[in-house]
Design a protein around this ligand. Structure first.
Ligand code: ACO
Length: 323
């Protein structure tokens, strides 16, 4: 039996912080509205000329350093992003070159805000099937580039950033008490395409397009689907919510996060929340939250973590990780 064990994590946020008050100076909104509806206070925005790959490379370097490894040790990079540098090649290949990794494979996965869970599941499956032994899973986004800054309903919700984890194959019989990824659950429902999408792309409009969202509809699906998928992944591992040490959710909206925490019966202090500081960074939000809670000493080796997220597609999923 092979297990994918987390060796380290890292993150990077662009320097520039944009507060709600700054946005309120540019559009018809207020700090009060944004905080009440979402819990967001500020977001980081990438500088001119700072691309998704640049954020990803910095997060990856920090994760490798914490894992005590080098780029040349890697044989897999899975980069979750909906905002690649270019239409092709995969942004992951730019990261590969920058890290000095010359073997194995590097590719992108696209599941928007569920992207990190998808990337983690793909890397875990490849490790368990013997296709890779040392993998970097990155979530990196520059959503500021696909926001319609004239649409206050979406412009205030998102931010830029990147986070990464290093996974390593460990051999031997394992129980749910051993470290590693214990279970994953992935879902999508293409019928919900029109409630969250970008209205451009190389094949349809030959433009990049802007994010469009029916927030209330996405909210309803998020609450229902998150409640279902967290139960599913716990069942798969033969565990219950009582076994959990931490919920590390996708950071879209404080109200959705609180709802999932309540459903699991977790006290608020067991739920990692960074949406106030980072806003919604799509595929980057879960590894960014992991990095904060590992960095401040809350998440410790051996803790049981439930990661979950939902995004455009709709696509959603959850992973259970013994840290
Ligand atoms: N500032 C002030 N007022 C605003 C703003 C703003 N930034 N945006 C909208 N409003 C107004 C609206 O015009 C509306 O006014 P009206 O009543 O006069 O028509 C009012 O506020 C209420 O708007 P709603 O959209 O109904 O507000 P709601 O309470 O639904 O909150 C929100 C909106 C925050 C977007 C919420 O629906 C939400 O969080 N949805 C889920 C988003 C999500 O989880 N996405 C995850 C995936 S993201 C991805 O995959 C890329």
């Amino acid at each position: 039996m092979i297990r994918s064990v987390v060796q380290g994590c890292g993150a990077y946020l662009p320097e520039r912080i944009v507060t709600n008050a700054e946005l309120a100076g540019k559009m018809e909104t207020s700090d009060e509205w944004i905080q009440q509806r979402t819990g967001i206070r500020q977001r980081h925005i990438a500088a001119e000329g700072e691309f998704t790959s640049h954020l990803a490379i910095k997060a990856a370097q920090r994760a490798l350093e914490r894992a005590g490894l080098q780029g040349s040790d890697l044989d897999l990079i899975v980069l979750a992003t909906a905002t690649p540098d270019l239409t092709f090649p995969a942004t992951a290949t730019r990261v590969q070159a920058a890290l000095g990794m010359t073997k194995g494979a590097a590719f992108d996965v696209q599941a928007v805000c569920a992207g990190f869970i998808y990337g983690l599941s793909v890397a875990d499956s490849m490790i368990k099937n013997g296709l890779a032994s040392t993998a970097l899973v990155i979530g990196a986004e520059t959503f500021s580039r696909i926001l319609d800054w004239n649409d206050r309903g979406t412009a205030v919700l998102f931010g830029d950033g990147a986070g990464a984890v290093v996974l390593r194959a460990e051999h031997g019989e394992g129980t749910s008490h051993d470290r590693g990824i214990l279970a994953n659950a992935l879902h999508s429902d293409g019928r919900q395409h029109d409630i969250l999408y970008v209205d451009g792309g190389p094949s349809s409009t030959r433009t990049t397009g802007f994010l469009r969202m029916e927030g209330k509809e996405v909210f309803k699906h998020a609450v229902v689907n998150m409640a279902a998928v967290v139960g599913e992944v716990l069942d798969k591992a033969g565990l219950t919510a009582k076994d959990l040490d931490w919920l590390v959710p996708h950071q879209a909206n404080k109200r959705i996060i609180d709802g999932t925490g309540r459903k699991l019966g977790l006290p608020p202090e067991r739920v990692v929340v960074t949406v106030d500081r980072h806003a919604n960074t799509s595929a980057a939000s879960i590894p960014l939250a992991l990095d904060v809670a590992v960095g401040d000493g809350r998440i410790k080796r051996g803790d049981l973590l439930l990661l979950e997220g939902i995004g455009g597609g709709l696509s959603w999923g959850a992973s259970l990780v013994r840290w």
